[in-house]
Each structure stands twice: as C-alpha cells, then as structure tokens.
Design a protein around this ligand. Structure first.
Ligand code: MSP
Length: 511
C-alpha cells in the first residue's frame, strides 16, 4: 500500500460566492482524505481560490474595488466552508499569494528555456465591450455568445505552449496509467480528443492586466488556466524543494467537475512533462447537480447556498445526501425534500435507531454494561459475516471513488442489524431468565454492528460518527484516529464497558 495520499479540489473563482457545486467537490475530497487517514496514510488535502482573470477584474470594477480587494472579501466565504462543512483540508492556496507567483513563473521559465513556450500571435474574434476573445465555433450567429453584440477579428502577441508536441506523450501516459482519468467513460472522451490532434495553446495575454506577469516580458500576463493549474504544486511548496513536495507529489487525485476535466487531463500533464515534473496519478471528474430538475442559475434564483443547508439540516445530513444520492461521477438532482427523506429514513430511522434501541435495552436489562457474547448461533454468524465483509466492500468502493457504493454497503450492515434485532426479539428473551446469556449476545451483536457502522461513517458524517463512537467506545478518543484495519475487526466492542442509555445523533427533521 502507498503510504501517502495527496488530493486536491479545483480552486474556486472568487467572482462569486460558494454554491452546492463547490461544496460537493470539497465534501467528496474530504471523505476520501478522511478515509485515507483512517487507513493509516499520511494525507495532504489542498483546496483554495483562483483569484486572477478577466471575470474577477470586471466584478471588482463593477463594485468599485480593486481585484485584490474583491478577492480578499470573497475568499473568506470559501475559507469558511472548512468549518461549516467540517472539512479537514491541510492546505489552502490563493493564486494571489507571492509563493504562487514564484511557482508559476518558475514553471513557465522552464518551458521557455527548453523551447516549449514561444512567442507568437493570438488571433480570434474579439468582443470589444466584453473584452473577450472567442473562437469561430463559440460565436452565436457570428456575434458574441454572451452579450450578442458584433465581434471583430483581432490579433495580439501571445506566448504559446507547444501542446502539439505532447500528443503522443499524453496518449502514452494514458495507456500506461489506465486509471489516470476516471470514470472510464470520461477517459474515452479525453483520449478521443487528444487523438484528434492538439493545437498549441495560448498561455499569455496582453489584453489583460490582472494576472501573474510573464517573466521578462512586460505587458504579458499568464493565461488564467496555466496560473490556476500550477496551484497544485505551489500548495506543496514548489519551486522550493520542500519535504511536502518530495513526499506528496505526484498527486493521487485531482477531483474536478466534468466541465474542467480537459484542462486537468490534457493541459496540466503536458505543462508538467515539459518542465520535467511527474504528471499527477489521477484525475476524477464528477457530475453536475441540477436543482429540482432545473439548471442552477442566478437568474432562476435557485442557487443552493451550502451555508444555508448547514443551518437548516446540519453538515452531516447535507454531506450524507450529496454523497449518497447519486452514483459518484454521474449528474444528480438536488431537492430539499429528498434530502429530508433520506436523512430521516436512513440516518435517523436506520442508523440512529439501531444504536438507540440497542442502548436502551442494554440500559434496561444490563444496567448499561456490555455483556460478553456467548459462542455465535447461526443468525449471529450471518450478522458477523456481514460486519466482516462490509469493511473490504467499503475499501474497494473508496478505491474506485464510488462513494455512493461505500455508503450503500454501510447502510446494508445497518439494515441487517435492525433486521437481526427484529427477529431475535431481545424484549421477548428478557422475559425468560434462562435466556439471559442469549439476550446478552444479541445486544452485543447489535451494538457491534453499530460500532462498525460508526467507524465506517466517520469519513462521511464526521460529527455524528464521533458522537456514535463516544457512546460505543467510551474513552476511545477521536474516531478519526481509529484505524480501519484495527478497529474495523468484528468483535471489537469491549465487554464490561458501561454505555449511555441513549445517544440521539440524528434527530428527525420536521417538515
Ligand atoms: N477556477 C476554476 C478551476 C481551476 S482548477 C485549477 C473553476 N472554478 S469554479 O469556481 O467555476 O468551479 C469549481 C468547480 O465547481 C468545478 O469543478 C465545477 O465543475 C464545479 N461546479 C460548478 N457548478 C456545479 C454544479 N451545478 N454541480 C456540481 N459541480 C459544479 O472552474
């Protein structure tokens, strides 16, 4: 097993406030980061903000602010996602930081020095009022696709990256790293795109000023994607040869939305190859959320604010819904009604109920002291097997970044636990003194299923999992310090421990 894990979110534009899309990527990365820590790996988890470019410059101008002032204001909304969504990132990068300027310029210089970056002319259709270039294909009936006004052909000097040279090296890399681009369907799209031939890429602009200057080329600023992608190495200290960089690079997973896969799976590895730096090991593209069946947009007024969701339902329920509702990688539809339904029926009625009915009976029949289990009867063995199988099932799902499958497997154990209690009828056993040992075994197993579920839920619903853990493993410390291989072994519940009578972690959400 590789002993380190480096995962990144995209860096978010500061021309807008956070919405469900940002929350989604960050939460998915957080679940993977937490899981890998519980495997015993050293984890670096980077997120941050993309603060240069035309949009930020314009939004700032419209508010009478400098771009930097705007960025300083908006960045707090993104930094605030960490506590609000219980995110465990270890780094936060802003592209306006000095260390990032040094990093981008260093990478740029390397490709300039070896001839992979050269000076040429950028030509395109220019919308004067919008100050934006468009390609022939992007035009809408020959006009600017955003404002509809006429465009004119313009030319400006620009530095180009020799992307065309990297067609074969990229295809080789995809072949030798079959899981570099996931999911599989997206990989095929990218391969087909690269096989279609690559044009050199314009990586500087003179028509823009809010960006990182091209070294020794007054008037040129570095194109925003070249700047933005480089954050992933700046975050580890590049160009300084830090221990972090040596330990964590190349990244294991760049998590991105499907719209920005090409930048990560084509441009980014080519920039790195050119500079003699290893490309990342993986890029995973997740799907997009619609809201109640509609595209999310400001004009429709249906933009989902993650802070509001947390206020209404708590971070755990929000995280749970996003990761459970759709097959990770596909698109999904967000609705508060569905969130409430799932939180109530799965978190409260299944997970919460298994623990609470078991704790309640333990209190009533055993004064809260966990009995030692007797040798298993067939029904006990069935539940124990399920408990033993769920750990590798979750591990396999997390390996393939199938977060929904991992949650499905945990829910399965919880459902089996509830069915076990239902069919063993401990309340009936309690009436027969000769069944005392059997009663103890049944409660032990029900609580043990809860314990394993609590452990496995820790990456997904960290706050609730901690409270479940405290109830089941008194004095056990933070669940995030538990190890899947150690604490995940069936039978870990300590006989003789005194547990509380109840632990309401998932109160029902009232509609
Ligand atoms: N700044 C660039 C990324 C640079 S990474 C080197 C950017 N920023 S963004 O703020 O516009 O978008 C960030 C992420 O949000 C993208 O991964 C995008 O796919 C995701 N989402 C935006 N809307 C979304 C949904 N409606 N649903 C899910 N994710 C969505 O792109």
């Amino acid at each position: 097993m590789k002993e380190t894990f480096y995962i990144t979110t995209p860096i978010y534009y500061v021309n807008d406030v956070p919405h469900i899309g940002h929350a989604y990527t960050t939460i998915a990365c957080d679940a993977l980061a937490r899981w890998n820590r519980m495997l015993g790996k050293r984890v670096f988890f980077l997120t941050g903000t993309d603060e240069h470019g035309e949009k930020v410059q314009k939004t700032a101008a419209a508010k009478g602010l400098s771009p930097r002032e705007l960025a300083d204001q908006v960045v707090t909304n993104f930094e605030g996602l960490t506590p609000a969504l219980t995110i465990s990132n270890t780094g936060f990068i802003r592209t306006t930081s000095l260390r990032h300027y040094a990093s981008v310029q260093d990478l740029f210089r390397k490709s300039l020095a070896n001839g992979d970056i050269y000076l040429g002319d950028y030509e395109g259709w220019y919308c004067v009022p919008d100050e934006a270039y468009w390609t022939e294909l992007q035009l809408a009936d020959g006009n600017c696709p955003t404002c509809g006004r006429p465009v004119e052909k313009r030319k400006e000097p620009s530095y180009f990256f020799r992307l065309s040279k990297y067609q074969e090296p990229l295809l080789d890399y995809y072949r030798s790293h079959p899981s570099f681009i996931r999911p599989e369907s997206r990989r095929n799209e990218v391969v087909a795109f690269v096989e279609g031939g690559l044009n050199d890429l314009s990586v500087s602009r003179t028509s823009l000023s809010w960006g990182i200057p091209v070294p020794e080329a007054p008037g040129h600023v570095i194109y925003v994607w070249y700047d933005a992608l480089t954050n992933y190495i700046t975050g580890l200290g590049y160009p300084v040869p830090t221990t972090e960089f040596g330990t964590f690079w190349p990244a294991d997973i760049h998590m991105v939305g499907k719209d920005i896969l090409r930048f990560h799976a084509v441009y980014w590895p080519a920039f790195l190859m050119s500079a003699g730096i290893a490309p990342p090991l993986g890029v995973f593209a997740h799907g997009w959320w619609t809201v109640e069946g509609q595209k999310m947009s400001k004009s429709l007024g249906n933009v989902i604010d993650p802070y509001e969701m947390v206020r209404k339902y708590g971070a755990d329920a929000f995280r749970y819904f996003l990761l459970r509702e759709v097959s990770f990688g596909l698109d999904g539809d967000f609705s508060e009604r569905e969130l409430i339904k799932r939180a109530n029926s799965e978190l409260a009625d299944k997970l919460g109920n298994l623990l609470n009915r078991s704790l309640g009976m333990l209190g009533k029949y055993f004064a809260g002291v966990v009995p030692s289990p007797a040798p298993p009867e067939p029904a006990d063995a069935v539940l124990a097997n399920c408990g033993r199988e769920v750990v590798p099932a979750v591990a396999a799902a997390m390996d393939e970044v199938a977060l929904h499958k991992a949650l499905g497997a945990i829910l399965d154990l919880v459902t089996k636990g509830n069915e076990y209690v239902q069919s063993m009828q401990p309340w009936a056993l309690a009436k027969d003194p000769s069944m005392r040992a059997r009663l103890g075994t049944v409660l032990y197993n029900a609580l043990e299923a809860s314990r394993v579920a609590a452990l496995l839920m820790a990456p997904f619903t960290p706050t609730a999992a901690q409270r479940l853990w405290e109830a089941l493993v008194p004095g056990g410390g933070p669940v995030e310090n538990a190890r899947i291989d150690r604490e995940g072994a069936w039978g870990g519940l300590a006989a003789g421990a005194t547990l509380p009578q109840a632990c309401i972690v998932f109160p029902k959400i009232e509609v």
